[in-house]
Each structure stands twice: as structure tokens, then as C-alpha cells.
Design a protein around this ligand. Structure first.
Ligand SMILES: Cc1ncc(COP(=O)(O)O)c(C=O)c1O
Length: 396
């Protein structure tokens, strides 16, 4: 067996099961899960219709590069959304089966394994970054994101020696779990660092379409590149998805876009890996990327939930309304694991302890004393969960 597999950590949901293994919820109230970030608003019917109408295409093998119509639709979407002059659908866009597999596969394609190899990741972080680094034969180097750095990784604290070993930097903007958004200037600082130390930036932007201010959508890495004259996105690749934007987590549809040289190598890797997107999924994706109305309606639903839940919890838990994403990331009155246990046992509500989403560092675990709550359940369930939570907090 591949010995590197032994280095993988149990996934947070496995840790959660173990944390609750000896507990039996005291109440008979229905379980409310705020733990998994799985979107639960309705998928757009017109996308499902397009999917069904294209079922006969199952008779054909899809190409790893994807159909031209999908790549062109994505290039147009990127141009509109991030005010880009040009995106070349031929060589700067590649469909992927959701960002999860792509974020993982990307490290396998771009990292050269070796004792000094480093992959830099935020902390807390989406767990795939670490697993991808480890299985690519690199050392993950974590950069803490705490309240004092605006919940963004404190990249200024990273020593030059780490940047020198860095082959790949993962960033997540808007961030999971905090929803913090990196500014154009912060992104440009990283692009300059990548140029100076010659590493690649993988920007996970799968929450970019879930934001609170309609007039102020989160910027992206390609936009930051173009604004600094790096209009061919050298060393930069972004990862986008229909899972959160369009409530299609089961479609497994996303894309990567950016530096054509990097994407050519990634395509070579993917051709061998064998992960082409089925043709009916590609056509359904075209329909989804071409429509913004359902995305605006989706954002409105999340806004409604934040509007309803925040006033219930404020005064009981310390937290801010996130700029983007669908998570709350409050401080906990007791240890995060203990708080999660109490909520499960007394209120039958599941949240993820923040320490499960981060790694221990010299400065401690930046996720400890926080929990992640995904407002993915219905409005009524989110409100009910918040009210139950308040009753638990009052008894602590
Ligand atoms: C930060 C982040 N990146 C990537 C993903 C993967 O999403 P998908 O593979 O559905 O595009 C998730 C899913 O929860 C996520 O939270």
C-alpha cells in the first residue's frame, strides 16, 4: 500500500461521529444538521430538464477537455463576472467534476514530490488541501487565519524560507469556514510573491456566488491578475463550482481556469486519470452558467436566513455576519468540542467543532473555541436550531 495514505487525518465528519458516539440526544426533537455544507435549496428545474433531455448522450464517451460549448460558456461567464477582457476557451478553461476532485488532482499534477516540497494552506481549511499535499509527497505548511487577521490567513507571517520551498499555495476566498473575502490588493500581493518565489496559486472560489451585498460581489484571483497587467494569469488558477452557486452538488460540475501552461499539464494528467465530465452533465452545466436569476434567488434565501438567525444568537454568541458563504463561525462559551456535544445531546443540533477544521500550530489551533454552522437547512429549521441553541447556552 501507499505509505503516504497513513499520513491522512480522519475527515472531520468521522471525528464528529466519534465525538458523539457515547451520547444519546435527551430530547425527542427532530435532528437539525448544521454540520455538512451541503446546499439544500431546490436545484433549478430548467437545469434538471436539460440534464434529462441530454440523457441519450450517455451513449458517447466524453472528452477530458470538455465540449467547446461548455468551455465557451464558462469563458463568457468569467468575463462577465470578473470584468475580464479576454479568457481563451481553448486553453484557459477546463471542466472538472466539482472542485473537490480538481483541488485534489491539481496538487498531484503540479507538485514534484521531495523532502523539501511544501504546499501552503490556510488554517482552518478545506480538508482536501492537506490530503492533496500529503499524497503528492509534499509537506503542508499552515498559515493561521484568526479574528486578529480578519479571518484571512496571515501570509505576512510566513517566513521566506517557506515561500522558497512552496510549490503550490491554496487560498479559499470567500473562505470556508469564516466567509472572509480577500481584497484585490491582498490577492495581488500573493501573485507578486508567486512570481518572486516561483510557485502556483490555486484559488478555491467555490463560494464566490454566495454573498450578502448584491452590489459588491467578491473579487477573484483572475480579476486581480488582469488588473495588475498579468492578463494571461501566469501561475494562477481558479476553481469554481455549480454546487453552491446553483444548488447542484450532485451534478459534480465545476471548472478550473487560468494559466494556459499549467492547465495544459493538468489536462495531460487528467487524461490519464480518466475523469471526463459526462456529456449530459456538460449540457446541464451550460444551462446553469448561462442563468443568473436563480443565483440571485439563491442568495436571497441565504440572506433571509442570516437576517432571521443572527438576531436570535447575537448577545449569546460572539460572531459577525460573514461577507460571503453560508456559514456562521461563532466563538464558543466553552471548548468547541464540549459545546458541540452539549448541542447534540440537549438540542439534537449538529455543528462542527472549529478545531476539527484546523491543525495545531505553534500558536495553537486557530479553530478551537469556535464552531462552524452551515445555514443550509430550511429557514424554519435554522431558526429552530438557533432557538434551541440559545436554551442550551443559557444553561451552561
Ligand atoms: C472550500 C470548499 N472547496 C471545495 C468544496 C467542494 O465543492 P464541490 O466539489 O461540490 O465543487 C467545498 C465543499 O463543501 C468547500 O467547502
Amino acid at each position: 500500500m501507499n505509505v503516504l495514505l497513513d499520513a491522512l487525518h480522519p475527515y472531520p465528519f468521522e471525528k464528529l461521529r466519534a465525538l458523539f458516539a457515547d451520547l444519546k440526544p435527551a430530547s425527542s426533537q427532530a435532528h437539525i444538521a448544521l454540520s455538512i455544507g451541503e446546499p439544500r435549496h431546490a436545484s433549478p428545474p430548467f437545469v434538471l430538464e436539460t440534464l434529462a433531455a441530454n440523457l441519450p448522450l450517455l451513449a458517447n464517451y466524453p472528452a477530458t477537455r470538455g465540449e467547446a460549448v461548455l468551455r465557451e460558456t464558462i469563458a463568457d461567464w468569467l468575463r462577465r463576472r470578473f470584468h475580464l477582457q479576454s479568457v481563451n476557451a481553448e486553453c484557459e478553461v477546463l471542466p472538472v467534476n466539482g472542485t473537490r476532485e480538481a483541488l485534489f488532482a491539481f496538487a498531484q499534477a503540479v507538485v514534484t514530490a521531495g523532502p523539501g516540497a511544501a504546499v501552503v494552506s490556510p488554517n482552518p481549511f478545506y480538508q482536501i488541501y492537506e490530503g492533496a499535499a500529503l499524497l503528492a509527497g509534499a509537506q503542508p505548511e499552515f498559515v493561521n487565519a484568526t479574528a486578529s487577521s480578519g479571518h484571512l490567513p496571515d501570509f505576512a507571517a510566513v517566513p521566506a524560507s517557506v515561500w522558497e520551498r512552496c510549490q503550490l499555495l491554496y487560498i479559499c476566498t470567500p473562505g470556508n469556514p469564516s466567509g472572509a473575502v480577500m481584497s484585490i490588493e491582498q490577492l495581488q500581493t500573493l501573485v507578486a510573491l508567486a512570481e518572486h518565489h516561483d510557485f502556483i496559486i490555486a484559488s478555491d472560489e467555490c463560494y464566490s456566488e454566495i454573498y450578502s451585498d448584491e452590489a459588491n460581489p467578491p473579487p477573484g484571483l483572475l480579476q486581480a491578475c488582469a488588473l495588475m497587467g498579468n492578463d494571461r494569469f501566469k501561475r494562477c488558477v481558479v476553481f469554481h463550482s455549480l454546487s453552491k452557486r446553483s444548488n447542484l452538488p450532485g451534478l459534480r460540475s465545476g471548472f478550473v481556469a487560468g494559466d494556459a501552461t499549467v492547465l495544459a499539464e493538468f489536462l495531460r494528467y487528467r487524461t490519464y486519470h480518466g475523469c471526463a465530465m459526462p456529456l449530459h452533465h456538460q449540457h446541464a452545466s451550460v444551462a446553469a452558467w448561462n442563468d443568473e436569476e436563480h443565483v440571485r434567488a439563491n442568495r436571497a434565501q441565504y440572506r433571509q436566513k442570516f437576517d432571521a438567525v443572527l438576531p436570535i444568537l447575537q448577545g449569546h454568541l460572539q460572531m459577525e455576519r460573514p461577507d460571503a458563504g453560508f456559514y456562521l463561525w461563532p466563538e464558543t462559551p466553552v471548548a468547541d468540542t464540549e459545546f458541540a456535544r452539549q448541542l447534540y445531546q440537549q438540542a439534537h443540533v449538529t455543528v462542527v467543532p472549529g478545531s476539527f477544521l484546523a491543525r495545531e500550530t505553534a500558536a495553537g489551533n486557530p479553530g478551537s473555541r469556535r464552531v462552524r454552522m452551515a445555514l443550509v437547512a430550511s429557514l424554519e429549521d435554522c431558526v429552530e436550531a438557533a432557538e434551541r441553541m440559545v436554551r442550551v447556552i443559557e444553561q451552561l
